[in-house]
Design a binder for this molecule. Structure first.
Ligand code: IMP
Length: 432
């Protein structure tokens, strides 16, 4: 059976948690393959007593489905204090978390990574990236520099303390001499990390072996990307990106399965666009429309609470996401947020230095100068949250969706029309 990848097709926060959760009952494993607690999935579940809202940052959203094995893959960076806090929160609400698997090869976010993230951002001043301040970038930097700490190191005390000392040897020089901070005590860090080891042990697994065995047994695996395509360190708006590979290719390296096992790539895309942090964003709105999108869409970060920058749908971004991820299906989310507008512009190309481009330009400099070329469609001005089939949508809403599909380069196979789990129009069974 197949591996299905879910990725964000824009700058993150597309509503991936809803899509993952929707598929949760049809899959056997849900895997996170990159990022860390910089992500934020909000999942709303209808229960007999009302709506239950869960905000997950590190754990795979499949953890809420009783029959799913949730997996944190080797490509993820883990803040253990955050992970256990999140687990405790779920346990308190009666969720069974015992099936969680954590890769022995995943890297650990140590306290000095969080410190480094914050001081470096402060030092960058006007040039800062606007990171989530969770230590993500410095942890990936250490991984690539080969001075990182992995989950398995927690079970070899002597190796762990040597690695922490090695990492801190140069970092402390920087903290003290450049950033004007106190040196970090290696012993203290080692002790903090060791304090999680016993509780963590039952979860630690060779997750690549586990997932490959599962595929051999015909199980279905859902690989859940954090952030989004335009935040990818290779394919995003560098340097205003995260430090990992959210794109579909990252799902193979970040989980230890072969790329030929992936049969479906679902691109989650909002019916408009948002972005958190700094960096280019051609369709950004600074007017009342932008404010309306933010207010109606609840566009405030799940992780940091920051206001998200909001703008109209950007079809060149969607086409780019199809290209670099191999998207087979789009899941269009939050269509209901547009219900109050008389007219809805959608960007179909960019004007850059007098020339019209239908694709993202090759260079960041050009992208910074990109002015959106819009086509404007009529709105529908009615509540669509009760729609459960395409024909339930008003004609103008149907036309808007069809227009986006024509412009974006892949079929729209599901449409989110409200916050709740069942507020979705499914046009194709995405688990097959
Ligand atoms: P970092 O991932 O904390 O290093 O932040 C790098 C950039 O990615 C910043 O612009 C963040 O705002 C952005 N970012 C990281 N995670 C998310 C996310 O889950 N949604 C949206 N933006 C994110």
């Amino acid at each position: 059976m197949p591996a299905i990848v879910i990725i964000g097709a824009q700058w993150g926060d597309e509503g991936k948690g809803k899509a993952t959760d929707l598929l949760g009952s049809a899959v056997d494993y849900v895997v996170r393959y990159q990022g860390g607690n910089n992500a934020g999935h909000t999942v709303v579940i209808n229960t007999p007593t009302g709506k239950e809202k869960y905000a997950l940052h590190l754990l795979p959203s499949g953890i809420l489905s009783p029959n799913v094995v949730p997996v944190i893959g080797n490509g993820v960076v883990i803040d253990l204090a955050v992970m256990f806090k999140e687990l405790d929160g779920l346990i308190e609400r009666g969720i069974d978390v015992s099936k969680l698997k954590v890769s022995a090869n995943a890297h650990v976010i140590a306290p000095y990574h969080v410190l480094q993230d914050k001081v470096v951002e402060r030092f960058l001043g006007k040039r800062q990236i606007g990171t989530t301040g969770r230590g993500i970038g410095p942890t990936y930097a250490d991984k690539v520099s080969r001075i990182g700490i992995r989950i398995q190191d927690l079970y070899d005390e002597s190796i762990l303390s040597q690695k922490v000392e090695a990492a801190l040897a140069t970092k402390n020089e920087l903290f003290v001499k450049i950033y004007n901070r106190r040196a970090v005590e290696a012993n203290q860090v080692t002790e903090t990390l060791l304090s999680f080891a016993d509780r963590l042990k039952p979860y630690v697994t060779d997750t690549s072996l586990l997932l490959n065995n599962a595929l051999t047994e015909n199980k279905t695996i859902l690989l859940e990307g954090g952030q989004g395509t335009l935040l990818d360190v290779d394919h995003g708006t560098y340097p205003f990106v995260t430090s990992s590979n959210p794109v579909a290719g990252g799902a193979a390296t970040g989980s230890g399965i072969g790329p030929n096992k992936i049969s479906t790539v679902i691109g989650i895309i909002k019916a408009y666009t948002t972005r958190v942090g700094a960096g280019p964003f051609p369709t950004e709105l600074f007017d009342q429309n932008g404010k309306e999108l933010r207010d109606v869409g609840g566009e405030f970060g799940t992780t940091t609470g920051r206001e998200r920058r909001c703008g109209w749908y950007d079809a060149p971004v969607a086409r780019y996401a199809v290209r670099v991820n191999g998207i087979t299906d789009f899941f269009l989310t939050k269509l209901d947020v547009l219900s109050g507008f008389d007219q809805i512009p959608a960007c179909v190309g960019y004007e850059i230095d007098g020339k019209v481009h239908s694709e993202l330009p090759m260079t960041q400099t050009e992208f910074h100068h990109a002015k959106p070329v819009y086509e404007t469609l009529p709105g529908w001005k009615s509540d669509i949250t009760g729609a459960r089939s395409f024909s339930d949508l008003p004609k103008t809403a149907q036309d808007y969706v069809k227009f986006l599909e024509e412009q974006s380069g892949a079929p729209i196979s599901a449409i989110g029309v409200g916050q709740a789990r069942d507020a979705t129009i499914v046009l194709r069974d995405l688990s097959k």
